[in-house]
Design a protein around this ligand. Structure first.
Ligand code: 4AD
Length: 429
């Protein structure tokens, strides 16, 4: 329509859900002629008027298509004077609403993840995910930590051989990394404190709501610290990330919709020794996996751990696990050699979201640890060398981003917090 002014291109950015905030100052005022590009998210047709909600990945905008512009009901909607269709969507049996119907079974939804992502819930979780990553990076930079990107293809294990994904690497055995920790440790002498945000891979045999085969692992390593420093740092980073994430109004809005009861945790976090947790579980009649009362030395299984965390209902630093149930590299507690300077961070609804520890910094002790675990030390020569060329007291941790998000966004499973989840039996789409 050439009689009207030229339109201003805008994105459908809804920072304030009550108000469609148009992209430019002049387009903020009612009556401005704008041009929008997007997909029909919802449509409702009445006799003389069609209501369309357009979506473009930035937000949503209600549009009204009517022959008579005089009866426009309010000025926060887009009144279309002209439109073209760029590409039609399949209808009937092939309609998106049929393929990802809210009552569809989970497998169908995973098969159609590329379409399910267009839903308001999935897309808001992905936006919170992005903001959370931004916040972690900022919190680390504030602590003068440097981001590095260790390799994903490796020839060493970190967290036990049973969950390794093995593949053929030019005729040699190699694995997809379980954790970048060993590589982060090698960076300390040259780069100071470091962190990485990389995928980790675990060939988990069982299907649970918090295990993925590939997940985003946020790992950090800190030099010249004590175990208490490590716990203080972890608490500060988690709280800073939550504050930074909630400081973005659009993201705070999503979190509020996904998890209306969310309150930032109060500090200090409860610190509980493994041995006290065993007592707590016995006192609350929560049995171990064999149905027996928990004993010192038991692995606290997922169900028991979550039950305890849900009852306590606040973040817990669970510390000082027995060395027998923890990884080979963990430093022993000088006051009680049965246990390690280790920590799991437990969150209500999810359970463990972080695993961390101080690392063995003595060469002899590390060599004995390999032997004790039946590991061949030769592929670890570069890791062991850290203890040979200027060792230091150091420690770090790994946080599973999808688990953090499951807690923050109150999702039942970590699968909903991954763009394209990988778990036992699923590598598509
Ligand atoms: O406790 P984990 O196995 O610790 C490590 O890998 C250490 N090497 C990390 C370090 O100190 N740099 O794993 C750390 C975290 C867990 O707390 C959990 O949040 C997440 O990684 N995680 C998983 N998330 C999703 N799916 C899985 N299969 C996961 N396995 C571990």
């Amino acid at each position: 329509n050439t009689s009207l002014p030229a339109p201003v291109r805008i994105r459908l950015d809804v920072t304030d859900p009550e108000k469609v905030k148009l992209g430019t100052p002049e387009s903020d005022s009612p009556g401005t002629r704008v041009r929008v590009l997007g997909r029909v998210h919802r449509m409702r047709a009445q006799k003389d008027v069609v209501f369309i909600t357009l979506a473009d990945g930035y937000g949503y905008l209600q549009c009204i298509l009517t022959g008579d512009m005089q009866h426009a009901p309010n000025n926060r909607e887009l009144h279309a004077d002209f439109f073209t269709i760029i590409g039609r969507a399949a209808g009937d049996k092939e309609a998106i609403t049929t393929r990802v119907a809210p009552d569809a079974d989970p497998q169908t939804l995973y098969d159609n993840r590329h379409l399910a992502l267009r839903g308001e819930t999935s897309s808001s979780v992905m936006k919170v995910r992005s903001a959370t990553l931004r916040a972690f990076r900022r919190a680390f930079e504030e602590n003068r930590m440097l981001e590095v990107t260790p390799p994903a293809m490796v020839q060493t294990q970190v967290e036990g051989g049973s969950t390794l994904f093995k593949f053929d690497y030019y005729g040699e055995n190699a694995y997809l990394t379980q954790s970048s920790q060993l590589y982060l440790e090698t960076c300390l002498p040259s780069l100071g404190d470091v962190y990485c945000v990389c995928p980790s891979f675990r060939a988990e045999k069982s299907l649970t709501r918090r295990h993925l085969s590939e997940y985003t692992h946020i790992e950090a390593e800190l030099d010249f610290i004590t175990f208490t420093d490590l716990l203080d740092h972890l608490e500060a980073v988690i709280c800073r990330v939550i504050d930074l994430t909630l400081a973005e109004p659009e993201i705070a809005g999503f979190i509020n919709q996904l998890n209306p009861d969310f309150k930032p945790p109060s500090r200090p976090f409860r610190r509980m020794k493994y041995s006290d947790a065993i007592e707590w579980l016995r006192a609350h009649d929560i049995p171990n996996e064999e149905g027996q009362p928990h004993q010192f030395g038991d692995d606290i299984a997922e169900a028991a751990e979550r039950k305890m965390t849900d009852i306590i209902n606040q973040p817990i630093f669970l510390t000082h696990f027995p060395s027998e149930i923890k990884a080979f590299y963990m430093k022993k507690d000088v006051e009680d050699r049965r246990v390690t300077e280790s920590v799991d961070v437990l969150m209500p609804g999810v359970g463990e979201i972080v695993g961390g520890s101080m690392r063995m910094d003595d060469w002899d002790e590390l060599m004995n640890a390999y032997k004790h675990e039946g590991m061949d030390p030769s592929p670890y020569y570069w890791y062991t060398d850290q203890r040979k060329y200027g060792t230091s007291p150091h420690g770090g941790y790994g946080l599973g981003l999808e688990r953090f998000l499951a807690w923050l966004c109150a999702r039942y499973t970590v699968r909903d917090c991954s763009l394209y989840p990988r778990f036992t039996g699923r590598c598509t789409p």
